[in-house]
Ligand binder design. Structure first.
Ligand code: SAM
Ligand code: SF4
Length: 486
């Protein structure tokens, strides 16, 4: 684990955000990764490319970033070597996200930027949600693409690679959305230098009216807790001290062996030797049970943070969204979290401008915001997605109105966060180092509550990503804390 690996990981991950790219706006921190690629690359690089090299670019959320870690590991096991640029690669893969608008267009633009490389013998593959959503249409729009695969088919990647090497074109992995199997591999190539991701549940069966996930990632299926714990132990053996359990709805987890509930799995992962921090995302309010709060209270390694997307504060809109809970149901769960002995930070996702959302509905969302006083809100303008039920609803709210509502929401949330973050002034907290900001002479890290902490440190040698420091908070902002190592 070193800074070089951290920089490499930042390149892999374009943004760290629960939903991915698109019209997202958030008051929390944003990781910026690889800069926009320059289409006019030096053609000499093309000639240098060798067959069994690959370049992979990831769009979207942590789940996609972790899927990429597994895809990279699989490619490496099949004899491929990862390179830093499209020009140096024989195989170029885009792991895509389609959660919000124009995601597919971004992928086609990227493919278009690099199509000249196809003439130099390079192969292209589109993976992930856009692949599943657009399917074979990708071959029509970008005939130089040879492989299109959704995430439910990744376990077939070794076979698909053999076919690719045999010169086959138009290889697809698109028919596995009803599978009961998960993509488990011992060859994960972990790119994050300080956090080990573990997918515990794949797919989604909730079918919220606006969301593509059930159509792109397929049916909900959980891994056995035995296999999750084996992976947790292996991550700890590799030197990681922080684990993040992943799933579209991580708390909908059902152990196929029937051994452990989600809360029991959390406790078991938290008790793995060497693990100091366990995070989990994303939780769905519908499946959020009280024992999750109880286990956070009991097991010190579980982080003081719950991400619980509410989407709207209006019962009417929640019903239209098919979220299957009311604001009262949501607020009851918030009251459990707030009653915990530990100071559990709460963050959420909110969509504004869902079809038919009135000003009165929006005010109810604003009321809920004031009531809960979240530590971080990821705010999104509604965007119509292919195949989803809300596509047939009349989307009468103009882009300008959606933007205006989002701005009102984010401005109010900023004020809430200003107050929340100011409460940490003078506190001493444990911070895990994630990297450094040399321009500011600061170390960049995160508290157990998932709050970014930028701090100075008297040591001549920079602390390594993944190390822990005691930091006294000497300044606060709405999105971050400022401190000094004590
Ligand atoms: N499973 C999680 C849940 O139900 O809360 C959310 C996962 S989703 C990948 C991440 C976030 O993207 C959602 O919480 C929602 O706020 C946002 N999102 C999903 N579809 C959207 C759409 N069509 N327009 C705008 N935002 C959307
Ligand atoms: Fe999408 Fe709803 Fe499933 Fe979350 S629960 S992934 S928002 S369908």
């Amino acid at each position: 684990m070193n800074l070089g690996r951290a920089v490499h990981f930042l390149k892999l991950l374009r943004t760290e955000c629960p939903g991915g790219l698109g019209s997202a706006a958030r008051t929390g921190p944003v990781w910026r990764g690889r800069e926009q690629c320059d289409a006019n690359h030096d053609i000499l690089g093309v000639v240098m490319a060798t067959d069994k090299t690959f370049y992979l670019e990831t769009f979207g959320c942590q789940m996609n970033a972790h899927d990429s870690e597994k895809v990279i590991g699989t490619l490496q096991h099949e004899g491929y070597r990862q390179v830093e640029t499209e020009e140096d690669a024989g195989l170029i893969l885009y792991n895509t996200c389609s959660i919000r608008d124009k995601a597919e267009q971004k992928v086609f633009n990227r493919l278009n930027d690099y199509k000249k490389l196809h003439k130099a013998g390079k192969r292209f593959a589109v993976l992930g949600c856009v692949a599943q959503q657009e399917g074979e249409k990708i071959f029509e729009r970008a005939p130089y693409v040879s492989l299109v695969s959704g995430s439910a088919s990744y376990r077939k990647l070794p076979d698909m690679l053999i076919r690719l090497e045999a010169g086959e074109t138009r290889i697809t992995g698109l028919d596995d959305r009803q599978t009961e199997e998960t993509f488990e591999t011992e060859f994960t190539s972990r790119q994050n230098p300080y956090r080990g991701y573990i997918t515990i549940i794949e797919g989604c069966d909730k079918f919220c009216a606006y969301c593509v996930v059930p159509y792109t990632r397929g049916k909900e299926r959980s891994r056995t807790s035995t296999s999750v714990l084996a992976e947790a132990r292996s991550i700890a053996d590799q030197g990681y001290t922080e684990i993040q359990l992943l799933g579209q709805n991580v708390n909908s987890y059902r152990d196929p062996e029937g051994k452990r509930s989600f809360a029991e799995l959390l406790a078991a992962v938290g008790e793995v030797g060497g693990i100091r921090r366990v995070r989990f995302t994303t939780s769905h309010p519908r499946d959020f049970t009280r024992d999750i709060v109880e286990v956070i209270d009991q097991v010190p390694t579980l982080c003081d943070h719950v991400h619980l997307p509410v989407q709207s504060g209006s019962a009417r809109v929640l019903k239209l969204m098919a979220r299957e809970y009311t604001p009262e149901w949501y607020l009851e769960r918030i009251s459990w979290i707030k009653a915990a002995r530990r100071p559990i930070s709460i963050s959420t996702d909110i969509i504004v401008g869902f079809p038919g959302e009135t000003q009165d509905d929006f005010i109810r969302t604003m009321d809920l915001l004031a009531q809960v006083e979240f530590d971080c809100v990821y705010g999104f303008k509604y965007s119509a997605r292919p195949n989803t039920p809300s596509l047939t609803m009349i989307d009468s709210i103009s882009e300008a109105d959606k933007s205006a509502r989002l701005q009102v929401l984010l401005d109010r949330q900023r004020e809430i966060q200003r107050i929340n973050y100011a409460k940490h002034l003078g506190q001493i907290m444990e911070v895990m180092v994630e990297g450094a900001n040399p321009a500011r002479g600061q170390i960049v890290g995160r508290s157990s509550q998932n709050k970014p902490v930028n701090f100075t440190c008297g040591q001549p040698i920079l602390p390594a990503p993944g190390s822990y420091m005691q930091v006294k908070i000497i300044g606060t902002h709405p999105n971050s804390l400022v401190g000094e190592n004590v």
